[in-house]
Write a protein of this length. Structure first.
Length: 671
C-alpha cells in the first residue's frame, strides 16, 4: 500500500471548493461519510421533536432557520432529508420568479420533490405517500384496482367525506398515478402545467390548475390526506434570488403571507421551514407585516462550531485518503494540525465553510511541496489559488453535469422560471435595455421581456411559452399582436418547442399571420440550451445567497458574472446564439452544430487541463478516473488518448515518465 504522503500528492484535494456548494437537496448527492453528526445536532433534534408533535396532532407549524453565510443551513436541510425521510415527506421550494405565481410555484416544487425516489426506496415519495393511505390499502381495492377507477374514487370519498377540494377530479388524478402510462401526465397536472384537451381527456379532468386559488387548494388536499400518513416538510431556501417587491427589496412578504394563509386556513400536517441568511433577515424582515412574522412558531439560529468539531470536520474529509495508506497516519487530520485552527480562529469558534476553506489551503500546500511533507502543516498560506478561471470551468462542468442528469425536458420548468433564467443570462451578457414583463397581460407578462440588439432596430419583444394548451397559446398570440399594435415593441421573438396546433386552431392562424412578417422570429429551443441556462441560474442562486465558493473565497454575483464572461461558457448556448445577442467573432463552436464526439472530446480536454491547473500535482490514474466520472460516456482508453493530446499541447509534465502509468504524477507548468 502507498504511504500517506504519496496518496496526498496523487489525489484530488478533498477540501476542493467544488464540493462545498450545497443546493436543492433532491438534486445534490450528500455523502454521509463526510458528515460530522455532532455539528448542529441540537437543531436536528429540535426539528425532529417538532415533526413528532405534528405527527401527533396534525397541526401545521412554521420554523425560521437562520444563520450566517457559511454556517451550513442548506447542508443541514440535506441532512434533515437524509435523517428524517422515514418520518416525513420532504420538499424543496427554490426561489420564485414572480410573487403573483407563488402558490403555483410552491405546488410545482412540492410535486417535483415528491416525484424523487428516497434513498433505499424503489418508488417516488409520491407513490409511497399514496400507497401508505388506508383508502389505498383496502384489501378488496387492491384486487380490483386496475380498471376500477370508480371504486377507487368511491373508496377515497368515503375515507375523506369532507375537506377535499374538487374531490372527484383530485381522487381521479390519484388513481391515474397508479397507472404507469398516466403517471407522468398526472404529475404534470398536479404541478400545474396548462395541459392540452387531449391530455385532460385522458386524465378525465375538465381543466388544469391555472390559478393561485386552485394551487392553494390542491396543496391543502395534500396536507389533509397526509394526516393519515406522515407530515410534509416544505423547505424554502435560496431566498436571496426571489422576486423583488416594488421597493426593490426581496419579496419575503409574499412567502410570509403564504405561511399565514396556511395557518389561517388550517392546512393540515405541514412543517414550513424558511431557511435564510441572518443578514438577509435583518435587512428585509422590517418589510414583513408583524402579523405574518408572528405566525413563525420557532426560530433556530445556527451558531459557529467549536474547534473540536472543526477538527472532526477535517478528519471526515481526510479519512478516505487515510484508509488507503500504510502505515496509518498517527493523526486523523494529517497533513494538517490542530494548531492551524487555533491560529486562524483564536476565539475558538468558526463557521464550517471557513474551516473547510482553511483545510483546502493547507492541504494544497502539503500536496505541492517539492519534497514530500514529513511533518504536519500548521502555517496558513496567504493564497493557494492562482487560476480561478480553471477552477470555475471545473465548477461549471460539474454543475452542468448535475443539471443534465436531473432535467429531462424543457417543461420541467414553468414559463416564468424559463424567462427568469433567460433574463439572468441576458443581463450577464450585457444585453441592452432589458424590460421584464413586457406583454400587457397579467397572465403572461412573466413569460416575456423586451431587449435591444445593435444589429436590429427597435425594441424586441421576447416570449417563451411551453404550455401545451392551445387555447392558452392563442391568448399568447393575441397578446403579442396587442403589444405590437400598442408599439410596446417593434418585433416579436417567440421561443417555443411545444406544438403550434393545426390550421383550424385560432392560435395557429394568429401565429401564421404574425410570423408571415420576416421581422418576427420563431426560435425552437433545445434541451441542451435549457441545461446551460439552468446551470447558470443555479450558480446565480448560490452567489446571491453567499454559498458559491471558489478556491479561497466566496464569490458574489459580480465575481460570478466576470468569470462567466471570461470563460465564455454561455456562448455555447444555441438558444442565446439564435437570439443574436453575440457578435459573430465572439461565438464559440456550437456543440449542436458539431459532431457530438468532437464536442465531448473538446470539453473533456478542457476539464483535464483545468483539473491539472487547479491541483498543480495529481496522479495520472486519479486524473483519468475523475475525467470518466465527469464524462461517463468515455472509457479509459479514450480518456488516456485525450490526456496524451493535452500533454502534447499544454505545459503538463510527467514527473516520473519511467514509472508505470498508474504510478505517474502529473504537474502543471514548464520546467
Amino acid at each position: 500500500m502507498p504511504s500517506i504522503d504519496q496518496i496526498i500528492q496523487r489525489e484530488i484535494n478533498p477540501f476542493d471548493s467544488t464540493t462545498l456548494r450545497p443546493g436543492n437537496f433532491w438534486r445534490e448527492e450528500q455523502d454521509s461519510q463526510l458528515t460530522v453528526n455532532s455539528i448542529h445536532q441540537e437543531a436536528i433534534d429540535e426539528i425532529q421533536q417538532i415533526l413528532s408533535e405534528i405527527s401527533r396532532d396534525n397541526r401545521t407549524r412554521s420554523l425560521l432557520l437562520a444563520g450566517d453565510s457559511g454556517s451550513g443551513k442548506s447542508y443541514l436541510l440535506g441532512r434533515l432529508k437524509l435523517t428524517l425521510n422515514s418520518q416525513a415527506f420532504f420538499t424543496y421550494i427554490g426561489p420564485w420568479p414572480d410573487s403573483h405565481f407563488i402558490w403555483r410555484h410552491t405546488l410545482r416544487n412540492t410535486v417535483d420533490s415528491l416525484m424523487y425516489v428516497p434513498e433505499g426506496q424503489r418508488e417516488s415519495q409520491l407513490l409511497l405517500w399514496l400507497k401508505s393511505l388506508s383508502a389505498f390499502g383496502d384489501g378488496g381495492l387492491k384486487k380490483q384496482l386496475l380498471g376500477e377507477r370508480k371504486l377507487f374514487i368511491h373508496n377515497f370519498k368515503g375515507t375523506y367525506p369532507s375537506g377535499i377540494y374538487n374531490p372527484h377530479e383530485f381522487f381521479g388524478i390519484l388513481y391515474a398515478l397508479t397507472d404507469s402510462e398516466l403517471y407522468p401526465l398526472a404529475c404534470d397536472w398536479l404541478k400545474g402545467d396548462d395541459l392540452d384537451e387531449e391530455t385532460l381527456s385522458l386524465l378525465r379532468v375538465k381543466s388544469s390548475i391555472n390559478s393561485e386559488t386552485k394551487a392553494q387548494n390542491i396543496l391543502a388536499n395534500f396536507g389533509r390526506i397526509s394526516t393519515a400518513t406522515q407530515p410534509i416538510v416544505l423547505c424554502f431556501d435560496n431566498l436571496d434570488n426571489v422576486d423583488r417587491a416594488e421597493n426593490g427589496a426581496i419579496d419575503l412578504q409574499a412567502l410570509f403571507h403564504v405561511n399565514s394563509i396556511i395557518h389561517n386556513q388550517k392546512l393540515k400536517n405541514f412543517l414550513v421551514i424558511v431557511s435564510i441568511i441572518t443578514n438577509t433577515w435583518n435587512q428585509h424582515s422590517k418589510h414583513i407585516q408583524s402579523a405574518d412574522k408572528a405566525r413563525i412558531d420557532t426560530q433556530i439560529r445556527l451558531r459557529p462550531i467549536d474547534l473540536d468539531r472543526a477538527e472532526r470536520l477535517w478528519a471526515s474529509r481526510l479519512y478516505p485518503l487515510h484508509r488507503q495508506a500504510k502505515p496509518k497516519p498517527k493523526s486523523s487530520i494529517y497533513p494538517l494540525e490542530r494548531q492551524a485552527l487555533e491560529d486562524k480562529f483564536p476565539g475558538g469558534k468558526a463557521l464550517p465553510r471557513y474551516v473547510l476553506m482553511l483545510g483546502r489551503q493547507l492541504f494544497h500546500t502539503a500536496k505541492n511541496e517539492e519534497v514530500q511533507p514529513k511533518k504536519p502543516i500548521t502555517s496558513v498560506p496567504q493564497t493557494t489559488f492562482s487560476d480561478p478561471l480553471a477552477a470555475f470551468q471545473l465548477l461549471w462542468l460539474k454543475e452542468l453535469r448535475k443539471v443534465k442528469a436531473k432535467i429531462n425536458q424543457i417543461r420541467d420548468f414553468s414559463g416564468p422560471e424559463l424567462m427568469q433564467m433567460l433574463r439572468e443570462s441576458l443581463e450577464t451578457l450585457e444585453v441592452a435595455r432589458i424590460q421584464p414583463k413586457l406583454l400587457p397581460s397579467p397572465t403572461y407578462a412573466s413569460y416575456s421581456l423586451g431587449y435591444h440588439v445593435p444589429i436590429q432596430p427597435g425594441q424586441i419583444g421576447l416570449i417563451w411559452t411551453e404550455e401545451p394548451n392551445l387555447v392558452s397559446f392563442c391568448h399568447v398570440m393575441k397578446t403579442c399582436q396587442t403589444a405590437l399594435k400598442k408599439k410596446m415593441c417593434q418585433s416579436i421573438q417567440l421561443i417555443r418547442a411545444e406544438r403550434l396546433g393545426v390550421p383550424r386552431n385560432q392560435g395557429y392562424q394568429r401565429y401564421q399571420k404574425l410570423f408571415a412578417d420576416d421581422s418576427h422570429q420563431h426560435v425552437v429551443p433545445d434541451l441542451d440550451s435549457v441545461h446551460y441556462l439552468a446551470t447558470y441560474h443555479n450558480l446565480v442562486n448560490a452567489a446571491r445567497a453567499g454559498e458559491l465558493i471558489l478556491g479561497d473565497r466566496p464569490l458574489d454575483l459580480s465575481d460570478l458574472i466576470d468569470l462567466v464572461r471570461q470563460s465564455g461558457v454561455l456562448k455555447k448556448c444555441a438558444l442565446l446564439q439564435n437570439l443574436k445577442v453575440f457578435w459573430e467573432d465572439e461565438l464559440q463552436p456550437n456543440s449542436s452544430l458539431e459532431n457530438n464526439e468532437n464536442s465531448q472530446e473538446r470539453d473533456a480536454i478542457e476539464s483535464i487541463l483545468a483539473l491539472v491547473k487547479t491541483q498543480q500535482l495529481i496522479g495520472r490514474q486519479v486524473l483519468i478516473e475523475s475525467t470518466i466520472a465527469q464524462f461517463p460516456e468515455l472509457d479509459t482508453a479514450q480518456v488516456d488518448r485525450l490526456l496524451e493530446k493535452a500533454i502534447e499541447n499544454y505545459p503538463i509534465q510527467i514527473l516520473d515518465p519511467t514509472a508505470p502509468p498508474d504510478a505517474q504524477l502529473l504537474k502543471f507548468g514548464s520546467e
